[in-house]
Every structure is written in C-alpha cells, then in structure tokens.
Ligand binder design. Structure first.
Ligand code: NAD
Length: 353
C-alpha cells in the first residue's frame, strides 16, 4: 500500500539549460525589480563583474567577498554595500558560499534572491542558512530564506575544477542519501533523488577524464538540482550532523568532509534501513550502499581519509563526544561507540564494513 505523505510543494522558479545566464535580466524584471547587487567570492569576481556589465542599469553594484560558512562580519559589509547601492534584490553567482551570503542579505532586508549555482553543493533550493560568528556555526531553517529564482547554466560549470566537481557532487549525493530515510520524505524528493543518483553515476566518471564534456556536465547539474530539492524539503540526520561537527569545531573543508564521511554514514545507517537505501546500493553496486559509495568515490578520485583533510587522530574522541551530545532523529540509534568507530574508519579511509 502507498504510504501516507505530505508534499509541501516547490516554490522556487527554476530555469535550466545552456547559456541561461542571459536570462538573468528578464528574471530580475519578472520579479518586479530593477537594481540587483551581484555577489561572488573573490575567486569569481571577474565573472561577477562581467555579469554586472551585462545587466547594465539593472546592476546596482558588485560585492565579491563571499566566504565559506557565511561569516557574520562579511554579511555586515555586504548589507552596507546593498544599502549604499540602493539595491532591491541580489544575484548570487557561485557555489554554496555565495548562495549563503545572498540568503543572509535576504534575511535582513527581505530582498528577493536570484541564484546562479556554479558547483553541485546544493544550497540554492533550500530554506537553510548556516552562519558563522566567533568560530561557531549556527544553522536555521525558514521559508523566507529560500531563493525565489535559480538559473542553472551548464556552461558555467564546464570549468569547475575536477576536485571540486567530485567533492561537491558527493556533498549533493549526501542530501539524496539522507532524504531516502527522512521521516518527512515524499514521492517527489524520492523520485528526484533516485534520478540524481543515476545521473551522477553516469556523469562523474566521464568528468574525471573529460571535465569539459557538456553532456556529462548537464547530467551532473541536473542531478545537483534534484539533490538540492531533497535537502530543501526534508530533514537531514547523522551525516549532516557529523559534517557540521567536523566543519564547525575542527575547521575541516566543507565539500571534502562530506565526501569522505558519506560512505561511512551511509553504512552506519544501512545497518538499520537497508531497504530504504536500496536505490544507492542498486546504483553503485558492490552489494551494499556504503561499500558502493566508497568504491565510487575512490574511482572518481575523491578524497577518502579524514586524516588527509587535517584532522588529527587525537581529535576523534572529542568529535565523537560532540556528535552524540544533543540527541537528534536518525534511523539508527546514535551510539558513542559506533560513531567513534565510524570516525576511525573515515579517518583511515578504509572501506566501510
Ligand atoms: P564554495 O561556494 O565555497 O566554492 C569553493 C570555491 O570554488 C570558491 O572559491 C568559489 O568561488 C569557487 N568556484 C565555485 N564555482 C566554480 C566554478 N564553476 N569554477 C571555478 N571555481 C568555482 O563551495 P561549495 O562547496 O559550493 O559551498 C560550500 C558552502 O556552502 C559551505 O559554507 C556550506 O555550508 C554551504 N552549503 C549550504 C547549504 C544550505 O542549504 N544552506 C547546502 C550546501 C552547502
């Protein structure tokens, strides 16, 4: 029998294709606005500048200081720039860091957000904002945080470095993985996640050898959209909690940490809900979802060891302590000994049992 579910509806308008960056002006107009502050990281400042020039009078200015984990100090500078420029909306061009800055500006000003994602991390479809202040990351969820429009332009992803391609795609797969056992999952997120797994499984091995392959880039960006929808509309559990602990308390890099943890968090929960994780096992093979993801990550050249990301073995006890401190919903009981072993396996990079 079909189980009961609630489907909350999708509220973000999505424009997907090649060359869709050219749609930014008409999408700003469609929102009823005329002065966008264009956002980017310093690394993508040139792209932001080119976009602002193309927008002409519709660009109120450019702010290129977006940084990982949305530091509050940067948001304050961006808010000052937003107000000084007389902007009435934001266009965030970049990965999750730039999207995060756009969300933070929206929280303070009510600005509409138009996001042009250039990685697969998947912040653009979500109502989640994680902000950092004095070394502490605080995450909140609210419908007002969700961007109004997302423009996926495959052409902008052609130059995404191979390493970030693989780690941000595994970050996206982690959203799909936890979506399969989320208590509030629904048939739309499940279908998009299943489709996303298949697309990533096809595209990433091609992109490892041929990063500018436009067909594989389109498949990967499409998959990222599905995973982002899943993150944005259902609850996350152990995997995201652990990634948050390692990023927030130990300063580990975001996408790489997700990539290394994924096979191990999957294996941990597979012991309780193997049936729900069958789409992962079936897509990646190797008899189990955890082992399948580990082999896939190894094949596409993703990092496998927390040790390589700068975490000391002596930090594993403290990481396990923090991870079990506040109880949270997870399909398998969060036992300190099991989490400690999971972290050890991920630190050493061994295939999950
Ligand atoms: P990122 O946005 O930090 O980007 C990493 C670097 O790659 C930056 O210098 C960026 O400018 C550059 N870059 C991005 N796209 C590029 C491209 N196509 N070509 C060349 N360089 C490019 O990395 P990320 O992994 O996308 O995002 C990580 C951040 O997003 C974290 O702070 C994380 O917490 C957040 N995040 C939030 C959510 C959410 O729902 N709130 C979801 C996922 C990630």
């Amino acid at each position: 029998m079909t189980r009961s579910f609630v489907f909350p509806g999708l509220t973000t308008r999505v424009v997907f294709g090649h060359g869709t960056l050219s749609k930014v002006p008409e999408e700003i107009e469609r929102l009823g606005h005329g002065r966008a502050l264009v956002l980017s990281t310093p690394h993508q400042a040139d792209q932001a500048q080119v976009l602002a020039e193309a927008l002409g009078a519709r660009a109120a200015g450019v702010f290129t200081e977006a940084a990982m984990h949305t530091p509050v100090s940067v948001t304050e500078q961006a808010l000052a720039a937003y107000r000084a420029a007389g902007a009435d909306c934001v266009v965030a061009l970049g990965g999750g860091s730039t999207t995060g800055l756009g969300k933070a500006i929206a929280v303070h000003t009510g600005a509409d957000q138009l996001v042009v994602p250039t990685t697969y991390a998947g912040s653009e479809m979500t109502d989640i904002l994680g902000e950092t202040s004095e070394g502490e990351k605080v995450t909140r969820r609210d419908p007002s945080i969700r961007p109004e429009v997302v423009i996926y332009d495959v052409d902008l992803s052609l130059g995404l470095p191979v390493a970030l391609t693989m780690t941000s795609a595994l970050n996206a797969i982690a959203h799909a993985m936890e979506g399969f056992y989320a208590p509030d999952r629904n048939p739309v997120t499940e279908a998009l996640s299943r489709d996303a797994l298949v697309s990533f499984a096809r595209a990433l091995p091609i992109l490892r050898d041929d990063p500018r392959n436009a067909v594989a880039r389109a498949q990967a960006l499409y998959a990222a959209w599905g995973c982002s929808v899943t993150l944005g509309y259902v609850s996350m559990a152990l995997h995201h909690k652990l990634a948050h602990v390692l990023g927030g308390s130990f300063g580990l890099p975001h996408a790489e940490t997700h990539a290394v943890l994924l096979p191990h968090t999957t294996a941990y929960n597979e012991a309780a809900v193997a049936d729900l994780l069958a789409p992962i096992r079936d897509t990646f093979g190797k008899g189990s979802a955890g082992a399948g993801l580990w082999h896939f990550a190894r094949d596409i050249g993703a990092p496998l060891r927390l040790a390589d990301l700068g975490l000391a073995e002596t930090d594993l006890d403290r990481a396990a302590d923090i991870a079990v401190k506040n109880p949270y919903a997870n399909p398998r009981e969060i036992a300190r000994s099991g989490i400690r072993q999971l972290l050890q396996d991920a630190w050493e990079g061994r295939e999950p049992a």
